[in-house]
Structures are given as C-alpha cells and as structure tokens.
Design a binder for this molecule. Structure first.
Ligand code: PRP
Ligand code: URA
Length: 209
C-alpha cells in the first residue's frame, strides 16, 4: 500500500494558504508554487541513499557522504505540473526532465495520452511525477500507468493538494507509489474540484482565466 506523507511545515502551510486565496494573482501564485515545490522536494529526497566518497579539503583527506543510487527524473503532468519543475531543479540540478500530457476523452471520460517524452534512461531513474492537484486521481493514475508501460518502476507522486478520493485511487491502482503532499483537503465537489482547494491550478498558474 502506498504511503502518504503530508508536509505540515509552517513555511509550506503559510505559502500554500496564500496560494489558496482567490485574490492572489498569477505572479505570486507562480512564485509560491515554485518555492513550495523546492521545500517539498527537500523532504521527498530525505530517504535517498548516500555513499562514502574520499575527497581532500584544504586541510586533509576525508571521507564524505554524497548522493548514490539511482539518478533522479522529474515528470511534470502537463500543464500545471510545469509550475513545480524549476523549484525542484533548483535543489536537484542534475535531474532529467520528462513530460507527459493527458486529456480526458469527452465520450469515454478516459484519460488519453497526447504527449510523452521521457529521459532515454528513465527506467534506470527514480522518477518524481509532479502535479499540483490530485483530485479524482484519474490523471495521475493514467500518467503513472503510461510511465510504467515504458518500463519505469521507481516512481513517487508529488502533489501540492490531494483529495481523499485521489489518494484512494492511487493506492488502489499503484500501491507501489508513495504520495507526498503539502495538504490533504476535505473532498471533491460535484465538478471534481478539490474543496477547499485553490481552484484550477493550470489557469491560476498561466493566467488563462
Ligand atoms: C488538473 C491538475 C491535474 C488534474 C487533476 O489538470 O493539474 O492534472 O486536473 O484532476 P484529476 O485528479 O481529477 O485527474 P487539468 O486537467 O485541469 O489540465 P491543466 O493542467 O492543463 O489545467
Ligand atoms: N484540477 C484543478 O486544477 N483543481 C482542482 O481542484 C481539481 C482538478
């Protein structure tokens, strides 16, 4: 069963509260998402393995700890996931970035992949799939399914806000994928929006409404 990690750090909560406010404009929204993504990835990366490496300081030779194990890949779900990439690459500059785009077929309501470009060695990487909102979980579940179909199996899901319905969907469809969120909200409304949420993340990020 996937574990859910909720980051209730005061700085994250404060910044997220400003993002939720409907009077917060696009510029501030974008900057805050960037900052929170950076703060979150610091915690998401907490269990990454390190290994001893010999170096020489100006004073003497010594053994230090450096990141080991699988290199990192970041996979934003288009569009809103793009808003989390810069914050994460500020902390993990060597990460490779893949993109996955989905739309919901109006007839079947099934998510359809319209774009996918992953790093060539994605299956050897630890992949962070990022999207600010986990609502029904349909988009994230499909994105993870498409990524797994390409042979990738070390996947973490990083969201700003999750609804219980979305978390349950990922736990059912992808029990191997741990979920990292800044907030667990109450529920979905009849339009599939998270309550209280922050509205449409893509529109607020890109100013399209
Ligand atoms: C939003 C959000 C997630 C999805 C969550 O994207 O960024 O990808 O909805 O909803 P779900 O959990 O019910 O699938 P949207 O489809 O609005 O596209 P956008 O990023 O282009 O705005
Ligand atoms: N997508 C969003 O952008 N916001 C929600 O609340 C739900 C889905």
């Amino acid at each position: 069963m996937s574990k859910v990690h909720v980051f209730d750090h005061p700085l994250i909560q404060h910044k997220l509260s400003i993002m939720r406010d409907k009077n917060t404009g696009t510029k501030a929204f974008r900057e805050l998402l960037d900052e929170i993504a950076m703060l979150m990835v610091y915690e998401v990366a907490r269990d990454l393995p390190t290994e001893p490496v010999e170096i020489e300081t100006p004073i003497c030779k010594t053994t230090v700890q450096m990141l080991a194990g699988k290199p990192i890949g970041i996979i934003p779900i288009l569009r809103a996931g793009l808003g989390m990439v810069d914050g994460i690459t500020n902390l993990i500059p060597n990460a490779k970035i893949g993109h996955i785009g989905l739309y919901r077929d109006p007839q079947t309501l099934e998510p359809v992949e319209y774009y996918c470009k992953l790093p060539a060695d994605a299956e050897q990487r630890e992949l962070f799939v990022v999207d600010p909102m986990l609502a029904t979980g349909g988009s994230a579940s499909a994105a993870i399914r498409f990524i797994k179909q390409r042979g990738c199996h070390n996947i973490r899901l990083v969201n700003l806000i999750a609804a219980p319905e979305g978390v349950a969907r990922i736990q059912k469809d992808h029990p191997d994928v741990n979920i990292y969120v800044a907030a667990m909200d109450e529920k979905l409304n009849e339009h599939g929006y998270i309550v209280p949420g922050l509205g449409d993340a893509g529109d607020r990020l890109f100013g399209t409404k």
